[in-house]
Write a protein that binds this ligand. Structure first.
Ligand code: PDD
Length: 290
């Protein structure tokens, strides 16, 4: 099959032939959820964790899971096999389906299930050498940021504001605390301790975040899950952003001021190394990432 194949409602077909109704509630209301699953050396990365988060997101919007665990796994593996590159980013989206426009849930609509794969490129070496700039912005999103909802307009506007100012990401502030990025989780390093805000409704429970926490424990790196105030963010020794596509990015400028002397710090270097080792193990594993 051609490598531009996508999955839509039970079949694999070329992207150019995939069609969804304009009455789909994803299009009309942004009524759906999604996942982004990296895949290294043809192996999905933390698949079980991604599918668990998808289940929680579906529960969060009161939508029955349209596929069983086994069906999801089979779909994802088929998509990966049809891809051209060993490193891919798998995108899954489930919407409440097509129905005449009405805010209330439709009495009987079949969820739309869409999945596609794109080549996944690791962040640029130059970006890792220099680190990235971030700006702080007021978190204008809703109160259920733990749900990976497709209604991402606030995230889009926040990210674009960062890009417009020559920064790579917006770090979001709510109630005097820095919670996460527009599409990434936040870590700081202060006095040798790696700190990330606890998981609550103000941030997405990132799969990369959880792995970084696990790696810190495994390597006995001092770690705390603790709220990060704006003041703590500003005086942090290091700031990192994590996501499935960014991996772990060092922030070296915040609102125009240098962070960790303007270059990636030693704690980032250690964690980045551990993360790369984890990826390498996955590439070499024969278990398909389970
Ligand atoms: N976004 N926080 C937000 C708001 C995100 O959108 C993401 C990821 C993360 C990191 O989660 P994870 O480590 O599971 O990728 C945190 C994906 C990559 C996206 O929207 O494309």
């Amino acid at each position: 099959m051609a490598s531009d194949n996508v999955y839509l409602n039970g079949e694999f077909l070329p992207l150019s032939e995939a069609r969804v109704s304009v009455l789909d509630r994803g299009f009309i209301f942004g009524d759906g959820v999604y996942e982004v699953i990296p895949c290294y050396g043809w192996h999905p990365f933390r698949l079980a964790e991604h599918l668990t988060r998808l289940r929680h997101s579906l529960e969060g919007i009161r939508l029955d899971n349209p596929l069983s665990q086994q069906e999801w796994e089979s779909l994802i593996h088929q998509l990966i096999q049809q891809g051209e590159s060993p490193d891919q980013s798998i995108y899954l989206q489930v919407t409440r389906g097509t129905a005449s426009r009405d805010h209330g849930f439709p009495a009987c609509a079949t969820p739309t299930v869409f999945a596609m794969s794109n080549e996944l490129k690791s962040p640029d070496a130059a970006l890792l050498r220099q680190g990235v700039a971030a700006i702080t912005l007021d978190d204008i999103r809703w109160r259920y940021c733990n749900i990976k909802a497709i209604s991402l307009l606030p995230n889009v506007l926040l990210r674009q504001q960062a890009l417009d100012q020559g920064a790579n990401e917006a770090i979001l502030l709510r109630d005097g605390e820095a919670t996460e990025g527009a599409a990434s989780n936040l870590f700081i390093v202060a006095g040798g301790v790696v700190i990330t805000p606890p998981k609550d409704n103000r941030l997405l429970p990132g799969i990369t975040r959880d792995l970084v926490v696990e790696l810190a424990h495994g390597a006995q790196i001092p770690f705390r899950e603790h709220p990060v105030t704006e003041a703590e963010l500003r005086r942090a020794d290091e700031i990192w952003l994590t996501s499935s596509t960014k991996e772990i990015l060092p922030v070296t400028r915040l609102d125009g001021a240098d962070v960790s002397g303007g270059s990636p710090g030693p704690a980032w270097r250690q964690m980045y190394q551990l993360y790369q080792e984890y990826k390498q193990q996955l590439r070499g594993s024969g278990d398909g990432g389970y």
